[in-house]
Design a protein around this ligand. Sequence first.
Ligand code: THU
Length: 176
Amino acid sequence: MQQGAQDEDLSKKLHIPIEIGHKLISKLIESKSLSYSPYSHFKVGCCLLIKNNETTSDGESFYSYVLGANIENASYGASICAERTTIVKALTSTTTTTTTCKDATNWVCIAIIGGCDNDDGGKIISPCGICRQVIREFVPLDFPIVMFNADASQWECKTMEQLLPDSFGPDHLTHS
Ligand code: THU
């Protein structure tokens, strides 16, 4: 399938304008370059797409892109995955344009990309179990998670619930 057609399908799936779909993919590719992965050499990038409440001067919806990447550590267990870097960054950001980051009702999707530099396309990647649980804390069960292969030539979209069925979440801790 042509890349352009892929982007169109993605935009339709996410109910976003085609140019936002294009930008999401280019931001996602950019996020992978932020990876610090000298141990695994496996670069993972993540982009959280947010639809802001404000519109531009010509009435267009305004979108924000929060980027994250995997940040490894010489003490391997201290490494942080791209998805968690992104979620924490969004929730703790204090800039004006990202005020709405903290309100997950404005979150459109989370996209991830990953692979080794020498991967030729490679397999579509998928969030690890810990990241699934962390994302689950903040998003509805029908929230889309878009997973790409290393060169963004292929993607697959699944809901939070598909990736983490029968999950435990904040709703289980509320007392009636
Ligand atoms: N990694 C992520 O960033 N996200 C995932 O969901 C899976 C794995 C990172 C962790 C480590 O830096 C590298 O990929 C290899 O496991």
